[in-house]
Design a protein around this ligand. Sequence first.
Ligand SMILES: Cc1cc2nc3c(=O)[nH]c(=O)nc-3n(C[C@H](O)[C@H](O)[C@H](O)COP(=O)(O)OP(=O)(O)OC[C@H]3O[C@@H](n4cnc5c(N)ncnc54)[C@H](O)[C@@H]3O)c2cc1C
Length: 378
Amino acid sequence: MVGAGPAGLAAALACRRQGLSVACFEARRPPLDKACGEGVMPAGLAALERLGVEPPERAAPIRGIRYRLGGLVADGDFPAGARGLGVRRTLLCAALVEAAERVGVELVWGARVEGLTAGGLATAAGEVSARFLVGADGLRSRVRRWAGLERPTRAPRRFGVVRHFRRAPPGERVEVWFGARAEAYVTPLAADETGVALLWAGEGGGFDALLASRLPPELGSWLAGGERLGPDRGAGPFRQATRGVIAGGRVALVGDAAGYVDALTGEGLALALESAEPLAAALAAGDLAAYARAHRRLARWPQALTRLALAAARRPPLARRGVAALARDPELFSRLLGAVGAGRPLAAVGLGRALRFARALLPPAAGGRPLRASERGA
Ligand SMILES: Cc1cc2nc3c(=O)[nH]c(=O)nc-3n(C[C@H](O)[C@H](O)[C@H](O)COP(=O)(O)OP(=O)(O)OC[C@H]3O[C@@H](n4cnc5c(N)ncnc54)[C@H](O)[C@@H]3O)c2cc1C
């Protein structure tokens, strides 16, 4: 396993459950932190539980998502009984490490993998032989490049920066605020802690400059009531494309290495965690193609959501029409969240509702409903 982020650790845990022996080579040393909105969607939380990972005590339940755009507020809730979790990365990774150590995963810290070899991989400490290699080395995966799975992309360059605040969260939903080619992703992390990830396209300028110039002043005023915790962390550009997730019968990619879903969707962790079990099953069976099929199925909805979210982020009128439609019909929003989380086809939303939503996204001239003055927002 190259990388001991959430994807690598979850995959290692799942491999142990299949009776495989696993070593994880991680370039850094714990505590492992990273720029992240830190919202684990329900499917990811369920995967953690199946893998025997005890969720950290310091965390906050997430019951749904709130979109804010101008004066519009749209609330969607996860299906009954489903919960997500807002949790600091350091704590999530510590919980995964603890579970991995318990089941005998070999964790090698401070060990940067430098290349693939005929029989395994190369580290500064020498060559290690392995039957299979899993690239869980994140957004800028080098395993992906070494395995010939990288694909050029012309997708817009988007970036993120994250800051934590000592402040009670606004509620039990992740709040997504839409601004001027920028979004803020506000995640409850504990009763007294809130994380804010700013995502944007084009020129940046740091957290404070972005907050002041690209996001609604109400968000800045709300955050002014909280003490800043720790340093800001940045990430990007996000979009990386892959030719596939397996190569040469012995290399597989998982997590961000396997293809990125934009941070705006909040699905990256869930996809990484959910991929662990099919990956391990495929490795145990020596059938990597089965993993490629399972990954395609798991990634379909998060990728569709990424395309829709990015289109909305680029075209403010589309975002307004989408948020207005969800604000008018909270049941639709909730059903969409349920359908995405369960990987179910759009029919799960209800055909009539799905068609109404699709129509609401169209510009008025093409058959969509004109926005009321109250829905046009800022
Ligand atoms: C601003 C922002 C906000 C986000 N918000 C959310 C959110 O709210 N919810 C959500 O689900 N997702 C979110 N995401 C996405 C989420 O952070 C990722 O999907 C997730 O971290 C992927 O985990 P990973 O293990 O694949 O990669 P990583 O967490 O990046 O881990 C990769 C690991 O590999 C190691 N590594 C790299 N190269 C080598 C090497 N050569 N040798 C050894 N080790 C190596 C790295 O040190 C690292 O520890 C967000 C992302 C960003 C940038």
